[in-house]
Write a protein that binds this ligand. Structure first.
Ligand SMILES: NC(=O)c1ccc[n+]([C@@H]2O[C@H](COP(=O)([O-])OP(=O)(O)OC[C@H]3O[C@@H](n4cnc5c(N)ncnc54)[C@H](OP(=O)(O)O)[C@@H]3O)[C@@H](O)[C@H]2O)c1
Length: 384
């Protein structure tokens, strides 16, 4: 059996993972699920998948979940400690990390230290602490397999050559819903407009990040650590159809890409079954219908988030954690209509500019930088 701990089971990645496992059947098994607050959904998942253990971040949600189980033997844990216990459970082989944001870091560290295969959907973890997680994975033998579609594409394309033969990692970007919107209109973009992504159906936070292209910035840093590639060997290409999920350019001029319809069940399934490929419900693209594929340079003036991503990837240290934390606050404030769309960029840049980068941080330093950046971001908002 391949025993799976699904962390973030109620979200977009979580429910897609359940769909993948439901279809794969044996020998793949969900042995634990974890979420933040949505105990009703977890209760339904327990009914269907019968995991041994579950964890809710919110203690009250754990109490409600326990009461809803009607004597079912699933053990219910709570808090980050409970989620970490699932991540390093000796009776787990694969951890799918679908918890959103910086909250995923403690459990990701535990999974890596315990030598698990980690199917990593969450990108914030590597943005904050890629430099720390890589040696930990090396020591424990943990395999970090990317689930993020672009990084899954790079992971697959990198199998065509050696690390030293790579001249560029080309991350494709749909460009989000405002690719063609004039910058003069950015200040009046509403959360409802920003939540309408043209090609991908995802959770709320990542959808806003796609609209600001902060998602691509996080992915630049993610790629930097995941594939041990310096920032100047990473580039972003706008590709509105989201069919080419990313590409690797080799020193002989060859470019290897992975293509497919935009459906997260494909990279999730590959992270679970790798190195094997298995049948999936996703059909290959119908080329006669797709027509054309377009590629262009991103507009870094309109989307200054990209410059911030390259800067954090170049400088390393605590700057990624700071960029990510400031962005998490900015997105929340945008949802609350405390700041407008353009101010997301201004807020994140301002917090990055005032940060004194610690070039070789410990995990504690990373958490401290995260807390500091959240405070600075909140101060920035209270001043406007
Ligand atoms: N969705 C995609 O297509 C996609 C693609 C690539 C990468 N990713 C990355 O994958 C991650 C998840 O994205 P998503 O779109 O699936 O997000 P989502 O739909 O918002 O789901 C987030 C999940 O995390 C759980 N969660 C939040 N805070 C938690 C905490 N403190 N402790 C435990 N669980 C917590 C939520 O539980 P509750 O429901 O109880 O709040 C939910 O299960 C993000 O890092 C995102 O960048 C997503």
């Amino acid at each position: 059996m391949h025993r799976i701990a699904l962390l973030g089971s109620t979200g977009s990645i979580g429910t897609s993972t359940l769909d993948v496992v439901r279809r794969l059947g044996e020998p793949f098994e969900i042995v634990s699920v974890a979420a933040g607050n949505n105990w009703e959904a977890v209760s339904r998942q327990i009914d269907e998948f019968r995991p041994r253990r579950a964890a809710m971040f919110q203690p009250e949600a754990a109490v409600a979940l326990r009461q809803s189980l009607n004597g079912h033997p699933t053990e219910v844990l709570h808090g980050m400690e409970g989620i970490c216990a699932l991540a390093c459970d000796p009776e787990v082989d694969i951890v799918i990390m679908g918890i959103s944001g910086a909250a995923a870091l403690p459990a990701a560290v535990e999974a890596v230290k315990a030598g698990k295969r980690v199917g990593l959907a969450n990108k914030e973890v590597l943005v904050m602490a890629g430099e720390i997680l890589n040696p930990l994975a090396h020591e424990s033998g943990a395999e970090i397999i990317p689930v993020d579609s672009e990084h899954s594409a790079l992971f697959q394309s990198l199998e065509s050559g050696h690390h030293g033969e790579v001249s560029k990692l080309l991350l494709t970007a749909s460009g989000g819903p405002f690719r063609e919107t004039p910058i003069e209109e950015f200040g009046s973009i509403t959360p409802e407009q920003a939540l309408k992504h043209p090609t991908w159906d995802m959770g709320r936070k990542i959808t806003i990040d796609s609209a600001t292209m902060m998602n691509k910035s996080l992915e630049i840093i993610e790629a930097r650590w995941l594939f041990d590639m310096p920032a100047d060997k990473i580039d972003v290409v706008v590709h509105p159809q989201s069919i080419v999920h990313s590409m690797v350019e080799y020193c002989d001029g060859s470019v290897i890409a992975q293509l497919g319809l935009p459906d997260m069940r494909v990279p999730i399934q590959l992270a679970i079954t790798y190195p094997r490929r298995m049948k999936s419900p996703v059909a290959p693209p119908d080329w006669s219908k797709i027509g054309e594929l377009n590629f262009s340079k991103p507009d870094m003036e309109k989307f200054p988030s990209l410059k911030m991503g390259f800067r954090a990837a170049r400088e390393g240290g605590t700057l990624g954690a700071v960029m990510n934390a400031a962005n998490e606050i900015a997105v929340e404030m945008f949802f609350q209509r405390q700041i407008n769309f353009l101010q997301i960029f201004a807020l994140v840049e301002s917090v990055m500019d005032t940060h004194e980068v610690n070039a070789k941080p410990s995990l504690e330093d990373v958490f401290a930088a995260d807390t500091w950046a959240r405070e600075q971001a909140n101060k920035w908002v209270s001043k406007i």
